[in-house]
Ligand binder design. Structure first.
Ligand code: MOS
Length: 725
């Protein structure tokens, strides 16, 4: 098949859906025109723990336009959890309003449905709840440490003997790194339009994984999967918060069933702090031992975090510490405190984003102790074997990422000692980190419809895949263009409808590899069948228009499925990267500026350098946000969050960001999958925080082990022992 260099795989084309988006024609969940629609507004609890003893809906119900108020008193009976503390997953059911119990501040305890959005909003404020408050909710992490237990979802891991590894080390360290609660906050609010008709559900819902949303809805309502249709054509960001199906979706379906009308429910920006997931606060204790020559002898990573009182989620912070370096003695541990907050869930690079802050900060600290260059220290401990999994890597170009990044960044100009480079009031520091992210390719199906018109073939690809802003539409179109040998303009991509073939959805950096290979399989299947029908050899190079003509067909459809190979299973498949950054710190105020960032990624075949670059700068910005500002604060008396809007939950803006260079190493990982693609959605955020914190250390001699690194923390932090002021 000829490669169409202009628009096929590898071309930096513009987004195929870009025009629709800027014209306002790309329909997001709450924008579908549905007749006879009504509006739902959720009501949030105002205590952290206790029980509702009375509900007064009379005032709300008197209002014009109010159609119903649903609370635990009149809610439909839903399927609840069969076990204590089940794990929250992407398919978890989401029972709501099933009991008078309140388990955290902001939990949905009711919903008002009205003819207009404004009526529903106003009426929601008039519903009165009386509570019997439990005087001892668990809302303070520090005071709740004794409640920590061993989670069942991520079990502890040990290879070798930590004590022996530490004993044979020339240098050891033992430090704890802390990261705060963060919230995903995609631009598009969580939203749904649900209709229940003849025992069948249709939900236009902003979800990352259509198929898993169907499972969650059908399990919660105990109806067959085939009676649920989910449409998620455009998703305005998710970052993990839309992986699972949250309770607003269930509430809207429930209300539609009750009122026999389609119900639209949007989660407000404020409610997105309490009702659509969060990243939990993590405390990560790192112990490292190393020989004088830089070889690691021991590394342990012990994470303490929290879950809700009703469901378990453990962010696997120790993942990178298990596989990134050649260290014979390695221990990964987890514990969780059940607290009166919503169940935390996966947020962009769950495990790596926070885990890498601890690991790559600690590695920098050890390099400093050993008086070794931090880049050389990583390279010294590089490995082609994933010791954690006991498998070889499918491909691992970490050393190349580090060397090329160092060269591009000008690492040789790094001040060798902290505080050595100053300009006026600025202390200038260079920092770096290594990054890795699992590339979990999964089984994916797609359908292709070929149509011949005036000698030209037009193709439509259909899959239940989603585009969460990443560029799925574009890279799938490019794949079809490549494998059908037609220009991308002749390809239409239709996504996000459960009537289309099943994909794993968007999450965990598996989207691009899975989607493209699924689309490839469908195109190959179509061409294969057209050849077979006419006894044309599968090796013969013949254009698809000619194939259709020989088959005397104007239209032809085929489906295909791609799945991980045996070789894939025999390897550890990861993307790798290196981050370099330059930070200028004002020595009097602790204010600092990120001046430059260089990110090198080895992520297999890059389908579209432009959308890939977008993913990387998005990840780098989010990683910078972890350092600069992101933090959800808890009000210590009531257990509400104090940070309730973008006015107080800060994320970086353009002015906060640096000059960013992104380099992708040319690579095709054929073990990963036929097209050689690995993920980058989460690689971008991984280890950014450590790179910046390490640059801050190089600038100031202060080791910042708690995120975010705000000026007030930086200014009072002590110099590390051995640093000259
Ligand atoms: Mo991602 S946290 O799997 O959307």
């Amino acid at each position: 098949m000829k490669t169409l260099k202009a628009s096929g795989v590898g071309a930096a084309i513009n987004r195929v859906e870009g025009r629709l988006k800027v014209m306002g024609m790309a329909k997001y969940a709450s924008e579908f025109p549905v007749e006879n629609i009504v509006y739902a507004q959720g009501i949030n609890s105002t205590i952290a723990k206790g029980e509702i003893i009375s509900v007064d809906t009379s005032e709300a119900e008197k209002l014009d336009g109010v159609l119903a108020v649903i609370t635990h008193k009149n809610s439909e009976k839903l399927k609840t959890f069969e076990e204590e503390m089940p794990e929250l997953t992407t398919t978890s059911k989401a029972p709501v309003l099933q009991s008078p119990k309140v388990r955290y501040y902001g939990e949905f305890i009711g919903v008002v449905i009205a003819e207009t959005f404004e009526q529903a909003q106003y009426a929601a404020r008039l519903v009165k709840f009386e509570y019997k408050k439990d005087p001892e909710p668990t809302i303070l992490f520090d005071e709740s440490r004794s409640k920590a237990y061993k989670p069942k979802s991520h079990t502890d891991y040990l290879r070798g003997d930590m004590a022996a590894g530490l004993a044979e080390a020339d240098e050891t360290l033992d430090h704890t790194y802390s990261t705060p609660i963060e919230h995903h906050h995609p631009m598009e609010l969580h939203a749904v339009i649900a209709s229940w008709e003849n025992a069948k559900v249709t939900a236009y819902a902003s979800q990352q994984i259509v198929e898993d949303s169907i499972i969650a809805i059908s399990d919660t309502f105990q109806i067959p999967k085939k009676d649920v249709r989910v449409i998620s054509a455009y998703v305005g960001g998710g970052f993990g918060s839309k992986l699972n199906t949250e309770r607003h979706v269930i509430l809207a379906v429930m209300a539609s069933k009750m009122l026999k009308r389609p119900v639209q429910m949007t989660v407000t920006r404020q409610q997105m702090f309490t009702n659509t997931g969060m990243r939990q606060h993590n405390e990560q204790r790192m112990q490292i031992g190393a020989k004088k020559d830089g070889s690691l002898t021991a590394l342990s990573h012990d994470t303490l975090s929290h879950t809700s009182t009703y469901q378990e989620y453990q962010e696997p912070c120790g993942m990178m510490s298990k596989m990134l370096y050649k260290v014979p003695n390695n221990e990964i541990k987890y514990s969780l405190i059940p607290m009166n907050f919503q169940t935390p869930f996966a947020m962009r690079a769950p495990g790596e984003a926070t885990g890498s802050f601890a690991l790559e900060s600690a590695m920098d600290e050890m390099a400093w102790k050993l008086k070794m260059d931090p880049v050389d220290f990583r390279i010294k401990n590089d490995t082609q074997i994933d010791l954690g999994a006991g498998k070889p890597f499918s491909s691992r170009l970490l050393t190349e990422c580090l060397r090329i990044g160092a060269d591009k960044f000008g690492w040789e100009n790094r001040p060798k000692e902290p505080r050595a480079k100053q300009e006026g009031n600025w202390l200038i520091g260079y920092g770096m980190s290594a990054a890795s992210r699992n590339a979990p390719y999964q089984e994916t199906s797609a359908k292709v419809i070929l149509e011949l018109e005036d000698d030209k073939v037009y193709a439509t690809i259909q899959m239940d895949a989603t585009d969460i802003g990443t560029g799925s539409y574009t890279i799938i179109a490019q794949t079809a263009s490549e494998y059908l040998g037609i220009p991308v303009e002749q390809v239409t991509v239709e996504l996000g409808d459960s009537n289309f073939p099943i994909t794993p959805g968007s999450g965990g950096s598996w989207g691009a590899a899975s989607y493209c290979n699924g689309a490839r399989a469908a195109c190959e299947s179509a061409i294969g069948k057209l050849k077979e029908n006419k006894n044309i050899s599968q090796d013969e190079d013949i254009v698809v228009a000619e194939l259709l003509k020989q088959n005397q067909l104007n239209k032809f459809e085929a489906e295909g499925t791609a799945a991980p190979s045996e070789e894939f299973e025999k390897h550890s498949v990861f993307s790798f990267g290196a981050n370099f950054s330059e930070v200028w710190v004002d020595k009097d105020t602790g204010m600092y500026r990120i001046k430059r960032m260089v990110s090198v990624g080895s992520a297999g075949k890059i389908i579209n350098p432009k959308t890939a670059y977008g993913q990387m700068i998005g990840g780098l910005t989010m990683g910078a946000g972890m350092v600069l500002a992101e933090q959800t604060r808890i009000e210590p008396n009531f257990g509400n969050f104090i940070t309730r809007s973008f006015a107080d939950y800060h994320v970086p803006v353009n002015l906060d960001m640096a000059n960013i260079d992104v380099i992708f190493l040319p690579e095709e990982d054929k073990i990963a999958n036929k097209m050689g693609i690995k993920g980058i959605g989460e690689l971008g955020i991984t280890s950014v925080a450590a790179s910046l914190a390490n640059a801050i250390f190089n600038a100031t001699g202060k080791r910042m082990r708690e995120l975010p690194i705000t000026p007030e923390k930086l200014i009072v932090a002590p110099l590390e022992p051995g640093v000259t002021a």
